[in-house]
Design a protein around this ligand. Structure first.
Ligand code: PMP
Length: 370
């Protein structure tokens, strides 16, 4: 018998499935890389802001040195933007890092972690990696059922993950519902409010989660530079929480978890409000373009508050995989979501107008069987 390494709960982990890289699809399907359209990872179709590129290029000169392990300048920029002290901020190698740090810091094997069905895959992974017991609460209309989640919390619960907006479904929880939930959560439970897509919310849906952090010592808000800020490849995210939480996260994070080019780029991007506005506008326009096409094709979709839309491609459980493959053959990369328990659905990220158009036209061909 071969030796088995590590704990059972680590061996049981199914690795994260990301969007297929363009080069891989080109190789697999014999396609020209330049013609492939990737709408699979909720990236910003504008790419990175010029301001961030310039800051990165300037940072290259110092790349022989270690990054600032405390990320002073970046924390200052975050502090100025959100009106919080520096010791309320944890920098992460993407916000994925923040999610994992929270699991490592607050959950011991067999302790419980509550999250929603159809919520972001990393909640399950981070829970499993520390041997936590996942309490997956049934979704309501594809989104979080916060009342049921509050009821699922017990003395064994240490952590709750909430995504707002949620990925892959795009659902949104109004501020009042989250606030009511926070009031119900006992003090021994840390709530991670993952706001990776916050910057895409229209002004009438924006809310002040930092005010909640000031009120609730058990709240950790997570943000990313990967989406509206256009820096997915650099891997920068951050957590905002009172020092009792932040101090623990900082003890277990890698000392240099955010590299120096990423820190420099993030400082520039954070204050580039013109870029952010342009990204949000492009997204709103693209959302209209895609959903109008879905309406015209009579396809069901979940109204989305993020930079992606979940839509239903068939009534049998092979539908998602089948349509995904047919789109790949046409050089369109989207995200099948059977791993989320949604085998009849596909998630498409909102791209540039011409990318959306190419996707719509390929989808029409595929669904009409031509
Ligand atoms: N949270 C949610 C809800 C996400 O969709 C993602 C990216 N797919 C992340 C966190 C992590 O993104 P990153 O690590 O790039 O910040």
């Amino acid at each position: 018998m071969s030796i088995q390494f590590g704990p059972d709960y680590v061996r049981a982990i199914a690795p994260y499935q990301g969007g297929k890289p363009i080069a891989e699809v080109a190789r697999e399907f014999g396609l020209d890389e330049a013609k492939i359209i990737k709408l699979a990872s909720n990236e910003n179709p504008l790419g990175m802001p010029q301001s961030a590129k310039q800051a990165m290029l300037a940072a290259v000169a110092d790349i022989g040195r270690y990054p600032d392990s405390n990320g002073f300048e970046l924390k200052q920029a975050i502090s100025a933007k959100y009106g919080i002290p520096l010791d309320w901020i944890t920098l992460g190698n993407g916000s994925n890092d923040i999610l994992e740090l929270a699991a490592h810091a607050f959950v011991q094997p067999a302790q419980a972690v509550v999250y929603s069905e159809y919520s972001f895959a990393v909640y399950a992974l981070a829970t499993q990696a520390v041997g936590g017991r996942a309490i997956v609460v049934a979704a309501k209309d594809h989104g979080h059922d916060l009342q049921a989640m509050a009821k699922a919390i017990t003395a064994e619960t240490r952590l709750v993950f909430i995504a707002n907006p949620n990925n892959p479904t795009g659902t949104f929880l109004p501020a009042a519902e989250i606030e009511a939930f926070l009031r119900l959560v006992p003090q021994h439970v840390v709530v991670v409010l993952d706001e990776a897509y916050n910057e895409y919310l229209a002004p009438e849906f924006q809310y002040d989660s930092v005010a909640w952090v000031k009120q609730y010592p058990n709240l950790l808000v997570s943000r990313t530079m990967s989406k509206a800020y256009g820096l997915a490849g650099l891997r920068v995210g951050f957590g905002i929480a009172q020092p009792a939480i932040t101090d623990l996260l900082n003890r277990i994070r890698q000392p240099f978890n955010v590299n120096s080019m990423a820190q420099a780029a993030a400082v520039a991007a954070l204050t580039d409000s013109a870029f952010l506005q342009k990204s949000a506008q492009l997204n709103a326009d693209g959302y209209r373009q895609l959903t109008q096409a879905f309406d015209a094709m009579d396809l069901e979709y979940v109204p989305s508050f993020g930079n992606f839309v979940l839509f239903r491609v068939g009534a049998d459980d092979g539908a998602g995989a089948r349509v995904n493959l047919a789109l790949l053959k046409r050089g369109i990369i989207v995200r099948p979501v059977a791993n989320y328990g949604l085998p009849q659905w596909i998630r498409v990220s909102i791209g540039l107008p011409e990318e959306n158009e190419a996707f719509i036209s390929a989808l029409k061909q595929v669904l009409s069987g031509s």
